[in-house]
Design a protein around this ligand. Sequence first.
Ligand SMILES: *Cc1c(COP(=O)(O)O)cnc(C)c1O
Length: 380
Amino acid sequence: MAKKATLLNTKIWLSSPHMSGHEHKYIKEAFDTNWIAPLGPNVNGFEKDLEIYLGNETHVAALTTGTAAIHLALILLNIQENDEVICQTKTFAASINPVLYLGAKPVFVDSEKDTWNMCPVLLEQAILNRIKLGVKPKAVIVINLYGMPHKVKEIQNISKKYKIPIVEDSAEALGSSYNNKKCGTFGDLSVLSFNGNKIITTSGGGALVSKSKEIKTKTIYLATQAKEPGLEYSHVTTGYNYRMSNILAGIGRGQMEVLEAYVELRRKNYNYYLKHLKHLKVIKFLNEPEGFYSNRWLTCIELPTKQIRDELLKLLINNNIEARPSWKPMHLQPAFKHYPKYLNGISDKLYKKVLCLPSGSNLTKKELDRILTIIKQYFG
Ligand SMILES: *Cc1c(COP(=O)(O)O)cnc(C)c1O
């Protein structure tokens, strides 16, 4: 009886780490060979695994966090104080904070309804308006939100037309693809995260993906205090301590063995929710447009009103189920709301109406059914 009660009340997490059992062999090897440092065979191995997985002639540098990767991406693009960087407003603050580290200025652009990512039409309007005001933006940060690829072709065309480079924040979208090419390869520089809640994790970690060996080398140089070659400790520029630990890279290598399987499991969760909720016409799901393939990092549903969303959110939390509203847009954040913005109402609407449901690759059918029972109970 007591056991049953515990089972019923066990917390269901939104997106918890999911170890495969393959991680230990790489970590053990690191201990056995004393590679307990932010360099070593696991770091090189993890980078190679990612390069092979992403394809498209990518070069990957493993770093401490996704946020560090965005910071270095902006430095590599030579973003300086007072420069303007166009940013998707609908995202997590980590996408934006590095712009502020550099004393640069974010300019927020709203989403379109098909993918919830940056609206190409509004992006072009924003660029033209900034140019008219006398400052050409130096970069665009675009997101693949909740695993859904952004409108790659349209955004790339604008980037080429105005010669403004793209940073693709693919922290949530490892395993997603667009026209059969992997997300994380679409920016002039792209960013991955291996934080504890992402599709695969190293507990904390990130990577910068580029198209050339020289950029990878430069990234590693900046991430290791910008020490010049040679025996003397010579420095000609500011460096950072952003290199990934060889222990954590070992976790990453183990996780890479199951990445494809985890994408399948997250997509299965999405389809299970869809199958059991689609008869409730008030709930909207985000379909994949043709050519778009999402890792379904999080399954998100759009409800008819904020009130319904909030009531359902509360009900789930009261039942020990971790659900969340979707990211609060950056232009609404007290920290960022004074920066320029180009809006169409979509991110505001999504913020009010969208609910993120538990989506981990380690969810059991029992747990999914417990969540579904509560949602169905709410709608009677
Ligand atoms: C998680 C996340 C990041 C930051 O990654 P960290 O590894 O946690 O620093 C950046 N952008 C988005 C959209 C994220 O979800």
